[in-house]
Design a binder for this molecule. Structure first.
Ligand code: PLP
Length: 397
């Protein structure tokens, strides 16, 4: 079997298996502007989930309520910021020693060995590198939820792989039996996001533990835990204990959500050493992470007061937003994250809605899945949520 590199896979038309994922390597805002130039209704389209094209992106710094990327307005913590600045003075040096300290700290926290940790500048880096490593032969399929977070799936497509998406069940949990049945002899990976994006919903951790434990005997299971700290049960919902038991489970975590460090870029993976070695054979984990970020991440991990306050504020503002949505007759899905998603009224044209709301300097995302249009709004400060509702009421009127 010929080995395909990424460009070959693209030329071979691997993307067609997923629909159109043009410009996947470009900045999101460039893709938005390209879609606008070409008059495309969707910024991306796939058999399972599509995202409506917003109008030309306003300058992000000019926004009044920036609610499209599930960022955390309450971070970074003061302690993290101080550590960042302190370390910036050593910016002339590479930061491998510091990264080793970070890996030691994470290994202790997760109760695994240091060779079971891989770091990256955000978890996207690790999702994508895993897809490149597992699908480098340019064949096979990944089984996911419908809808799911698309970063990993896009790369599987660009490598030439296929995608099997299984609709969430009526409680908006992963349909674990359906996913199990979808696995065939070509399946190379099962990808689960818990809590899920874009639905914000969580899958029962006991059921998921059983599924991961059994399925990983045959196929590696990737559990993306970007929002796990924000879920009701927090880290008790994690699947990390299965890695300690030696199972072929790949977990990713990020500092972009509860830690409020999306722009500083830090994430890590917990997996079997053999799995990490395979990824490291063709890519390099920690090279893209800066010393100041590593220092900031270590301080943030220890700042329990900040982490608790960050979660509490997000939950309180989420309840505030749910109440306001419900009072307007909307029914958001039950969220265990820092965002909400709800169905847009049928009479609302999604592209016009986005144009209207963006003109008020308020940003959200609109998706189409299950033949319905959905508005996804991140949870910001109370002020930004009020600004959102002012613009929203006019945009859906
Ligand atoms: C489910 C999920 N996984 C991963 C990521 C990537 O985050 P980052 O690369 O900032 O760690 C996101 C970002 O929104 C996400 O929603």
């Amino acid at each position: 079997m010929k080995k395909l590199n990424r460009r070959d896979a693209l030329r071979a038309g691997g993307l067609f298996t997923l629909g159109t994922f043009a410009n996947f390597e470009k900045l999101w805002s460039n893709s938005v502007n390209d879609a606008n130039l070409n008059n495309n209704k969707f910024i991306f389209q796939s058999p399972s989930i599509s995202e409506y094209t917003p109008p030309k992106m306003p300058k992000l710094t000019s926004l009044k309520a920036r609610l499209h990327w599930n960022e955390n307005p309450f971070g970074p913590s003061e302690k993290a910021l101080n550590s960042f600045v302190k370390n910036a003075k050593s910016g002339n040096y590479y930061s491998w020693d510091l990264l080793n300290d970070f890996v030691d700290k994470i290994a202790k926290k997760e109760n695994v060995n240091t060779d079971q940790i891989m770091t990256g500048p955000g978890s996207s880096d690790l999702l994508e590198k895993t897809a490149i490593s597992i699908f480098q032969e340019g064949e096979g399929n990944v089984v996911t939820a419908d809808p799911c977070y698309m970063s990993l799936v896009n790369v599987v497509g660009s490598m030439g792989g296929n995608w099997r998406a299984i609709k969430l069940n009526e409680n908006f949990e992963h349909d674990l039996d359906g996913m199990r049945n979808a696995i065939d002899s070509n399946t190379k990976l099962v990808y689960i996001t818990n809590p899920n994006n874009p639905t914000a919903t969580i899958t029962d951790s006991k059921k998921l533990l059983k599924f991961c434990s059994e399925v990983s005997e045959k196929i590696p299971v990737f559990v993306d835990e970007a929002y796990i700290e924000l879920s009701q049960g927090g880290l008790s919902n994690s699947m990390a204990e299965l890695v300690s038991q030696g199972k072929d489970i790949i977990i990713t975590r990020t500092f972009s959500k509860i830690h409020g460090m999306a722009g500083l870029r830090m994430g890590y993976m917990i997996a079997r050493p053999e799995r990490i070695e395979k990824i490291n054979n063709i890519t390099r984990g920690g090279m893209g992470i800066t010393g100041p970020t590593i220092n900031a991440a270590m301080s943030s991990l220890d700042d329990f007061n900040f982490l608790k306050a960050s979660k509490n504020k997000i939950i309180s503002n989420r309840i505030y937003t749910v109440n306001k949505l419900e009072s307007r007759g909307f029914k958001p899905m039950p969220s265990e994250t820092n965002f909400l998603i709800f169905e847009l009224p049928k009479k609302v044209d999604p592209n016009k809605f986005l144009t209207e709301i963006y003109s008020k300097k308020v940003t959200v995302k609109v998706f189409n899945f299950w033949n319905k249009n959905w508005c996804r709004v991140s949870i910001g400060s109370k002020n930004s949520m009020d600004t959102f509702f002012e613009a929203f009421d006019q945009a859906v009127a």
